[in-house]
Design a protein around this ligand. Structure first.
Ligand SMILES: C[S@@+](CC[C@H](N)C(=O)[O-])C[C@H]1O[C@@H](n2cnc3c(N)ncnc32)[C@H](O)[C@@H]1O
Length: 262
């Protein structure tokens, strides 16, 4: 089916920060609970080794996504980059908590736009579950910005443009938010209020989740974006991996400066 680019609430500058933060906390919780980072570990491990990068600059980090789990599992395989969490709308409470609990994960409190990353921010760029937020022009700008700065980049996405997933997402997400919210930390009365009394968090997650599936890119579309944005000094790879114990997949794209160019 064709890609449909509707708006996501959490992308809107006017959207209340507290609801955006609770929505990204929910994503962070689900990614950790269902270990969605697992297929990323070998891909990122090999790409970090190949590129020689010792820093990972995570763009669109939201509530931290899978970074703490990736740090632990990469370290178990002898790969110990420093991580920097960034976002255009930083979830500061989550950033500060993750940085405090995980030495080696630093955060930027100032906004970083993934389409225009400051040249001083050097390292392997990652985008987890956020690339679908960007229409093709902006998506190309993200890839081009990495190429221009000579930095490697990895895109990792769970949203998928499959009809049954698109149809199931609103109801499934609403139920999941209602079920897991009591287990999301830190405990906040306001989280319960905006989930059960004034249900803005489940509605946001359901709408943004639905729109995310409609906006997801296929590996072939990622390849085409990379070909248009990239340059011959970069090598691009992409693929799709089945998530363990799930019918869903992880779609990925990795771009590395070729050794001769590097
Ligand atoms: C679906 S969340 C993904 C969060 C996280 N990476 C994860 O895996 O849970 C998308 C994030 O993209 C951020 N975002 C949206 N537009 C952005 C932009 N132009 N530059 C950087 N971040 C952006 C939003 O603030 C939000 O935190």
């Amino acid at each position: 089916m064709p890609r449909i680019h509707l708006f996501e609430l959490e992308d809107q500058a006017w959207f209340p920060r507290i609801i955006r933060d609770f929505a990204t906390d929910y994503l962070h919780f689900m990614e950790r609970r269902f270990r969605l980072h697992e297929p990323v570990v070998p891909l990122l491990r090999d790409a970090l080794r190949e590129s020689g990068s010792i820093t990972v600059v995570d763009l669109c980090a939201g509530g931290g996504g899978p970074i703490a789990d990736l740090q632990r599992d990469l370290a178990a395989q002898g790969v110990r980059p420093r991580f920097i969490l960034t976002d255009r709308f930083p979830n500061l409470a989550a950033f500060e908590r993750i940085a405090a609990e995980h030495p080696g994960i630093d955060v930027l409190a100032t906004p970083v736009d993934a389409t225009d990353v400051p040249a001083t921010l050097r390292g392997f760029r990652t985008v987890f579950n956020a690339f679908h937020h960007f229409a093709p022009d902006q998506a190309r700008a993200i890839l081009r910005s990495a190429v221009t700065a000579g930095q490697p980049i990895g895109i990792f996405e769970v949203p998928e443009r499959r009809v049954w997933l698109i149809l199931a997402t609103p109801l499934l997400t609403t139920l999941l938010v209602l079920l897991v919210t009591p287990f999301i930390r830190p405990f906040r009365w306001s989280r319960l209020v905006f989930t059960y009394l004034v249900p803005l968090v489940p509605l946001t997650c359901a709408w943004d989740g639905f729109v995310s599936q409609l906006r997801a890119y296929t590996p072939a579309e990622l390849d085409a974006l990379a070909a248009e944005a990239g340059d011959p000094s970069y090598e691009w790879r992409s693929g799709k991996v089945r998530l363990a114990n799930s019918p869903a997949h992880l779609t990925w794209l990795i771009g590395l400066p070729r050794r001769s160019a590097a």
